[in-house]
Design a protein around this ligand. Structure first.
Ligand SMILES: C[S@@+](CC[C@H](N)C(=O)[O-])C[C@H]1O[C@@H](n2cnc3c(N)ncnc32)[C@H](O)[C@@H]1O
Length: 221
């Protein structure tokens, strides 16, 4: 099973390349389509969805070069890029399995490239090895989205020394079976010399829907 999409693609190229099995998986599409029209209103205005704000703030505090090539994973409608761009970060690409969500982002002209592709599990991002200076993720590591089985591929597409940063609810470790070993897997990669904590894991209180959150900022070695 391949999860192909454009390697150097514009949004239109990505749309033209709809062979990705997963993008056309009916279950995925149905779920996405129900959500898309209302996404920004529901998430940003009605549910106190502060995740992008936290992770973007943490990212900007790192003071990385403004030309850094950044990949926003599970970029959705582009909320992260909307917050990054006023801080001077404009060299941003987006990856998401939903071309409909990316279409919203495309309208806002936030990203240079789009990849329509699933991540995680056996799916390999259609991105060359060691491409990005930074990978940022908001609303990403969550049940039904991405879990630690995506780490290997994210590390593959990050340059040596690249930052990989994300925020997530702190309660998934106890409430979501696929997250039971999440922190152990982060730490195994530390022990194996694959990445290190560039900034110690930080707790955000409160974070989302009654749960605290964590910000992870890893540096690929
Ligand atoms: C909660 S939204 C987050 C969007 C954006 N990062 C934000 O914070 O507003 C989750 C997005 O992840 C995408 N998505 C979920 N699971 C995915 C996967 N395994 N691979 C690629 N995209 C996925 C969905 O299409 C959706 O756009």
């Amino acid at each position: 099973m391949s999860s192909t999409a454009s390697l150097d693609g514009s949004y239109e190229d990505s749309l033209a390349n709809e062979k990705s099995d997963l993008v056309s998986t009916q279950q995925y599409k149905d779920q996405s389509l129900q959500w898309i029209d209302k996404y920004e209103t529901d998430m940003m205005e009605n549910s106190n969805y502060t995740e992008p704000r936290h992770v973007v703030k943490a990212f900007v505090e790192l003071g990385l070069d403004r030309q850094s090539r950044i990949l926003d994973i599970l970029a959705g409608s582009g909320v992260v890029a909307e917050m990054l761009r006023p801080c001077g970060y404009t060299n941003i690409d987006a990856i998401d399995a939903s071309k409909e969500m990316l279409a919203l982002a495309n309208k806002k002209q936030l990203y240079k490239k789009f990849y329509v592709s699933l991540l995680g599990g056996q799916h390999k991002a259609p991105v060359h090895d060691e491409t990005y200076d930074a990978i940022i993720a908001s609303g990403t590591f969550a049940p039904g989205h991405l879990n630690s089985d995506a780490f290997g591929d994210l590390i593959r597409i990050a340059k040596p020394g690249a930052i990989i940063t994300w925020s997530m609810r702190s309660d998934y470790g106890s409430s979501a079976p696929k997250f039971a070993n999440f922190d152990a897997e982060v730490e195994d990669l530390v022990k194996n010399g694959v990445w290190r904590h560039h900034v110690p894991r930080r707790t955000i209180e409160p974070y989302l829907l009654g749960s605290d959150g964590y910000i992870y900022t890893m540096k690929k070695i």
